[in-house]
Write a new protein. Structure first.
Length: 429
């Protein structure tokens, strides 16, 4: 029997604040239970800790470790369970099973809570545009967005640990990737409603394994590990510049700091060799549009490996070899690049230097580049997705980011959006 159809007040009462995870993050012995503390530098204080509205690296860093989406994407591009224990597709239906998991406050996860957490980012006062795009395929989307109902009718709870998502079209891997987007990290609706305007301070409860314990605007945030592996306590300390954070690192005040890609070349070689690259899903590529005359612009250049090496000071290996053969070379070219993608900007600016002025870099937003590439009004761009109808793709480098960490840390991994996964930090014995 379908028990997803309920009046709004019953939905609120049914939403026991709980979520699910791929593997239960129970307290463990050994490395994960050691009493370790790290201090990580951030270059911008979070202004918001709602996954559906997060836009900055510092906000994602918090959200990734406090909340989880139903699925996650590995650096190799595989979609695997995260907050869900199992997700399957059949026709237009996606079936989601939640396991025997608990929130950071100890309460159990139910399918009611997970289903309601997918509705939440579409409702006032959240109204997340990104979440709206990710869930637009779900049946009932337009009725919810127009205010005719307060939940997605295509999401139906079957029992305490299973719910289904019915789509307007057959389910695909693309929709599963939508569910893996950190924007859809599960925040129980009751968290926001019970916490009111200050819910992010008092009800920041998720399945990520870390809980917020303090937030001093303009200075720092503190967290404690409530489940799983990783340091017992984490402090995010605000530094206005990388140079100040680096000074704190050299003075053993900072344990971990992200390294902006444009700062690597200016670091001392002894520090450059301590920079770690953590890969994230996808790769950066140069896309060249085909025209009736071949490729409209194609400058001569040494092997791609030289270009990538110079851009990242040798800290990230090239995925390409040489320029494709059979295309004209030596023509001036303008390469468009997303101004928010620092690695792509760095690659593009390095290309301009190597070609001695034959390449001009033009920065824009992702939406602008997408529109221009689709319309065929630009000849080349550097990014992650193919938008030209026909053309050439030159794969350059893996996506990822760069980190420095203290000598007692032996390794770590990054989330899909680049945030450091605190649970994966390992220490020397």
């Amino acid at each position: 029997m379908n028990i997803r159809i309920w009046p709004w007040f019953l939905l609120v009462l049914a939403l026991i604040p709980a979520l699910l995870i791929n593997s239960p993050k129970t307290q463990v012995k050994g490395l994960g239970s050691r009493s370790n503390t790290i201090v990580e530098a951030i270059y911008q204080m979070p202004g918001n800790l709602d996954p559906a509205l997060a836009t900055t690296p510092s906000e994602w860093q918090v959200i990734d470790n406090v909340f989880e989406p139903l699925l996650t994407e590995t650096p190799q591009g595989q979609v695997v369970p995260a907050a869900a224990s199992l997700v399957t597709m059949s026709g237009n239906t996606v079936t989601v099973k939640v396991g025997n998991h608990r929130l950071s406050n100890g309460q159990p996860l139910t399918a009611f809570a997970a289903a309601g957490a997918l509705d939440r980012p579409l409702l006032p006062p959240v109204n997340s545009k990104t979440a709206s795009n990710l869930l637009s395929e779900v049946v009932g989307y337009h009725a919810l967005m127009s205010g005719h109902q307060n939940f997605l009718s295509g999401i139906k709870v079957l029992n305490s640990n299973t719910f289904t998502i019915t789509l307007k079209h057959p389910a695909t891997l693309g929709f599963l990737r939508n569910l893996a987007n950190p924007t859809l990290s599960l925040v129980p609706l009751a968290d926001q409603q019970h916490g009111g305007a200050n819910w992010q301070f008092t009800n920041l409860i998720g399945t990520g394994g870390y809980a917020l314990t303090g937030w001093v605007p303009g200075d720092h945030l503190t967290f404690k590990r409530v489940a799983g592996f990783g340091p017992s306590n984490v402090t995010l300390a605000y530094y206005s510049t990388f140079q100040l954070a680096l000074l704190g690192f050299l003075n053993h005040i900072i344990t971990v700091l992200p390294v902006p890609v444009d700062q690597i070349a200016g670091m001392k070689h002894s520090l450059q060799h301590r920079v770690h690259f953590l890969s994230t899903p996808g790769s950066l590529a140069l896309y060249l549009r085909s025209t009736t005359h071949g490729v409209s612009a194609y400058p001569a250049l040494a092997p791609v490996s030289t270009w990538v090496h110079d851009a990242f000071s040798g800290r990230e290996a090239s995925m390409g070899q040489n320029w494709p053969s059979g295309l004209p070379t030596g023509r001036p070219m303008t390469v468009w690049v997303n101004s928010q993608d620092s690695a792509a900007v760095r690659l593009a600016s390095t290309l301009a230097k190597l070609t001695k002025g034959k390449v001009t870099v033009q920065e824009g937003t992702s939406a602008q580049i997408h529109a221009a590439a689709t319309a065929g009004s630009i000849s080349a761009y550097l990014g992650t997705q193919a938008w030209f109808k026909t053309g050439t793709r030159v794969t350059l480098a893996r996506r990822g980011n760069f980190w420095l960490w203290s000598s007692d840390i032996t390794g770590a991994e990054a989330y899909a959006n680049g945030g450091l996964d605190w649970h994966t930090i390992t220490f020397r014995n």
